[in-house]
Design a protein around this ligand. Structure first.
Ligand code: ATP
Ligand code: MG
Length: 439
């Protein structure tokens, strides 16, 4: 993409109303624009990041055996009356009336809807187990929307729901999602620590929050120092019940955010390895048994002909919140440092001297070659000084910068800079293209 043809409203100064670094950088780098309190438009660059995150989440859900569908954002109040949550939910729910005075709502979550869909589709044990998920916008009328997309009112969530014949099956579904989450966040370059959590208003008895460490996070967390090691992707067989159980039990050390639990963690041997920090919740998983299936009359026939009320769980990931969380975890004084897997473009091509015909020709040629090689490239072809272009590139944080200037051209080389480390190398044009195409 040529920078002169896209919409990239970068800002030099931090907007006054942004308190945390990710919010400041998202506004400065032209990723989003607030259109109402806690509601954001995703500008072209931000949308590319959001889509990359969504793709990783989807691939890992699919790998774990979950099945994608798409449920609507608007739901009927009657559906929520079936579970008893319509009156219980409180002012976070945005309630709407249609022209026929029918009560509707903008979905804050989808337990009711997915239970109703499954109830109408599933007949017997042959239809289970299933994990259904979608990636859809939610609305929660948060008292204090803040920190940009981290606590928005409208936000994108992946929510999955599991249906099993018995508790052992439900625990296996829970473990599938647990391990899928470890892999999902690791692919984004994040260390997300699973913390045993309270089950809250959704209810149930088994729950973990996945927390990304960040000074500005809203939750206080205690964790084992081992978590500071880079996260590794696991190659797992998701159908292996015992294998998954042992992976999950290896992670259930309970270093959560209460004094009581901290003391327990000390006793459990974390000792000097105990660390305290703040963190951002990027995912939350629950096992809640038959709470919704019993309330909503979901029953299926077992092998022996008896009726069984399926066991359920729900599994959320804050897709739009992750954009902010990744920036909290990966930035420096100059701007964002995107992990390769979620970067909006792989490389930023900079023509240092827009007024130099030879440089412009060489940069145009490089742009064509990168595109032919299948490299996602943002080409800064603006009529601007080199310094301003470098500042923009550092701010928007593409993993590689390729710089074309008159001195290098005379030697037949371009400069390749790795954003994360600042390392620079001069490479022959062909080598530079090949190097990035391989990365
Ligand atoms: P929180 O404790 O942060 O309010 P929650 O526990 O209410 O979140 P869940 O119902 O568990 O949220 O939703 C699943 C995921 O959706 C959360 O882990 C979080 O990443 C994301 N999420 C929840 N609320 C918001 C919000 N207001 N803005 C952006 N993402 C959100
Ligand atoms: Mg939660």
């Amino acid at each position: 993409m040529r920078l002169t043809r896209t919409l990239l409203p970068v800002m030099k100064e931090s907007p006054a109303d942004a308190q945390i670094i990710s919010h400041k950088l998202m506004l400065r780098a032209g990723l989003v624009r607030q259109t109402a309190a806690g509601i954001y438009a995703w500008l072209p660059l931000g949308l590319r990041v959001l889509r990359n995150i969504e793709r990783i989440v989807r691939e890992e859900q699919d790998r774990a055996g979950a099945i994608e569908l798409l449920m609507p954002t608007l739901q009927s109040a009657d559906l929520w009356r079936e579970s008893g949550r319509y009156d219980a939910y409180g002012p976070e729910m945005l309630r709407i009336r249609d022209r026929h005075e029918r009560e509707m709502l903008f979905g804050p979550t989808n337990e009711e809807m997915v239970t109703a869909i499954f109830r109408d589709a599933a007949r017997s044990y042959r239809d289970l187990p299933r994990i259904l998920y979608h990636i859809q916008w939610k609305f929660r009328d948060e008292v204090r929307p803040r920190f940009g997309v981290m606590r928005g009112r409208e936000f994108l969530m992946k929510d999955a729901y599991s249906f099993d014949m018995d508790e052992a099956g439900a625990r296996h579904s829970y473990n599938r999602m647990f391990v899928a989450y470890l892999n999902t966040f690791a692919r984004m370059g994040l260390r997300a620590i699973p913390m045993q959590a309270d089950t809250g208003p959704i209810g149930g008895d088994l729950s973990h929050e996945f927390i990304v460490l960040a000074e500005t996070g809203e939750s206080e967390v205690f964790y084992h120092a081992n978590w500071e090691r880079p996260a590794a992707l696991r190659h797992v067989d998701f159908d292996d019940v015992a294998g998954l159980r042992s992976i999950v039990s290896g992670y259930t050390a309970d270093y959560a955010a209460t004094d009581e639990k901290r003391d327990a963690a000390r006793e459990a041997g974390a000792g000097d390895a105990l660390r305290q920090s703040r963190g951002v919740e990027v995912g939350h998983i629950f096992y809640f048994g038959t709470k919704y299936s019993s309330a909503m009359g979901l029953k299926v026939q077992a092998k022996d002909g008896s009726e069984v009320v399926p066991q359920m769980g729900s599994y959320g990931i804050g897709v739009s919140r992750l954009v902010g969380a990744i920036i909290e975890a990966s930035h420096d004084d100059a701007g964002i440092v995107w992990p390769d897997a979620v970067a909006p473009y792989a490389v930023g091509l900079v023509n240092m001297r827009a007024d130099d015909a030879a440089c412009a020709t060489a940069a145009d040629d490089l742009y064509a070659r990168l595109r032919t090689a299948g490299v996602e490239t943002l080409y800064d072809d603006r009529d601007e000084r080199g310094g301003a272009k470098f500042a923009t590139m550092d701010l928007i944080g593409l993993p590689w910068q390729m710089v074309v200037g008159p001195k290098g051209l005379a030697k037949g080389v371009v400069e390749l800079k790795r954003r994360a480390t600042g390392e620079r190398h001069e490479l022959a044009v062909d080598d530079a293209v090949a190097r990035i195409a391989q990365a």
